[in-house]
Design a protein around this ligand. Structure first.
Ligand code: HEC
Length: 429
């Protein structure tokens, strides 16, 4: 272990560096309410339909609908607060990072100005005959579906008196998918009122034994997997949340499935809006290709020393604490090559407060890939960039996590806390 520590340049402290970007970042919108007269029908309805109503429908996951003038007026204060604070629509990546992400859910500042201005004006309904056209409520599906897998029928039940259930299902990778490339994924929840987020990972046959053991040890379909995501190092195919369009990878890219093994479908059920029916059987559609121009390699960033007993101690008693780790991924992933980075993902459990993923470039420059100023375990996502970022040979990959722990001291463990990041990269040609 000492040799490993030396090899990694074991940091004397917690490994965090001074981030030169996103200092004091929050998700809060700056607001300049519009003062020109605006009405629900002419101006506001399209904004609410585009940014809220895909999730906030009668049979959706969100606890109430936000489709009509009456819906929104009834919850005016809550709507204002959720939007201005940046909690809604849920989107954790800070703008200050300077990256444009695919399928970004953040509501533009101008739309917030409009919504707040309209609420300030008393939320007038206006004239239905002047109604602006509304965007469609149903997210576009995958253009082509080549394979579908399904979880077993399961009745969700809140863990430890909560309304949340975190369940993993093992699904054999079907013959028609083995060794092929995933280029798109879409989750079709069986019970739209309770499916909150779904992570899909692939694990090769030689690594599947621990998951099979967990599955056997747990009564009923699947197994409890608090913290989710299986283990880092499995191939993460994608994370889906309600309201998301089909998850399509950038043109020409694909994530390869193993030749054998399992898919781990990691379900987060939230029973708040369950209405007595907590049964679910969710399907996941895939678009596949036999070959792709560029093979996506998920590159992990986490300090192996954290995984050792108390290697990542998080002090209890509401203390702010955090860890950072930088390493040169070329050591494990092909010496000397340049890479294009297409996306990033960061993972903590429920005590996380903020986190960051960056490239540390040759001359001490930092390039932000993903900055999450207000971590929300239940709204984690894969963030794919609109355009790739170059990672040159010698650049280091940095991950930082921060926590606030109200309980006793804890350390890394599957059911306690974690800190890890993954970037999605292809070899530059
Ligand atoms: C991606 C799906 C999704 C979108 C888009 C979305 N919501 Fe939500 N909303 C939820 C869910 C689910 C909850 C329940 C709490 C949770 O899971 O975070 C929620 C909770 C809320 C709450 C109560 C809790 C809080 O944080 O205040 C308000 C108010 C709210 N949403 C307003 C909005 C408004 C306004 C919009 C559009 C500007 C919007 N939401 C867009 C899914 C969504």
């Amino acid at each position: 272990m000492i040799a490993l520590a030396l090899l990694l340049g074991c940091p004397a402290d917690d490994g965090r560096i001074d981030l030169q970007y996103c200092e004091d970042a929050t998700l809060t919108h700056p607001v300049t309410p519009v003062t020109a007269p605006v009405t629900w029908h002419a101006d506001v309805a399209p904004v609410v339909h585009e940014h809220c109503a895909r999730c906030h429908t009668a049979d959706g996951l969100a606890p109430f609908a936000l489709e009509t003038h009456t819906d929104v007026v009834a919850l005016a204060d809550a709507v204002r607060d959720s939007v201005v604070s940046g909690r809604m629509p849920p989107w954790s990546a800070a703008e200050c990072c300077g990256k444009a992400y695919r399928g970004e859910r953040r509501i533009p500042d101008e739309a917030v100005d409009l919504l707040v201005g309209w609420l300030d004006q008393g939320a007038p309904e206006g004239d239905p005959t002047t109604a602006a056209p509304l965007p469609p409520l149903v997210a576009p599906a995958l253009a082509r579906v080549d394979a579908t897998v399904s979880t077993e029928r399961y009745e969700a039940a809140g863990l430890f008196g909560s309304t949340d259930d975190l369940r993993c299902f093992l699904v054999d990778i079907p013959d028609g998918m083995r060794g092929r490339f995933v280029t798109g994924m879409q989750v079709r929840p069986g019970n739209t009122a309770i499916v909150h987020h779904v992570g899909v990972n692939a694990v090769a046959g030689w690594r599947e034994a621990p998951f099979v053991r967990l599955d056997r040890a747990d009564d009923g379909p699947g197994f409890e997997c608090r913290g989710g995501q299986g283990a880092l190092g499995d191939r993460s195919i994608g994370i889906w949340v309600p309201g998301l369009d089909a998850l399509e990878l950038p043109e020409g890219l694909g994530i390869q499935l193993p030749n054998d093994g399992k898919l781990i479908v990691n379900m987060h059920y939230d029973l708040t809006a369950a209405d007595g029916d907590a049964f679910d059987e969710t399907e996941v559609d895939f678009t596949l290709a036999d070959s792709v121009e560029k093979v996506v390699v998920p590159i992990a960033a986490l300090n192996p020393l954290w995984v050792f007993d108390r290697g990542m101690e998080i002090e209890g008693g509401f203390t702010d604490s955090g860890y950072g780790f930088a390493w040169d991924p070329q050591v494990l992933y092909g010496l000397g090559a340049d890479w294009d980075v297409w996306g990033a993902f960061i993972h903590m459990h429920e005590l996380g407060t903020s986190g960051s993923v960056a490239l540390l470039k040759g001359k001490g420059e930092q390039e932000c890939l993903l900055h999450v100023p207000e971590w929300d375990f239940f709204w984690q996502a894969n963030y794919w960039f609109d355009a790739p970022t170059r990672m040159n040979a010698g650049d280091r990959l940095y991950v930082e996590c921060n926590w606030r722990n109200p309980g006793d001291d804890i350390a890394w463990a599957d059911d306690e806390e974690m800190c890890g990041a993954v970037i999605y990269a292809t070899r530059a040609d």
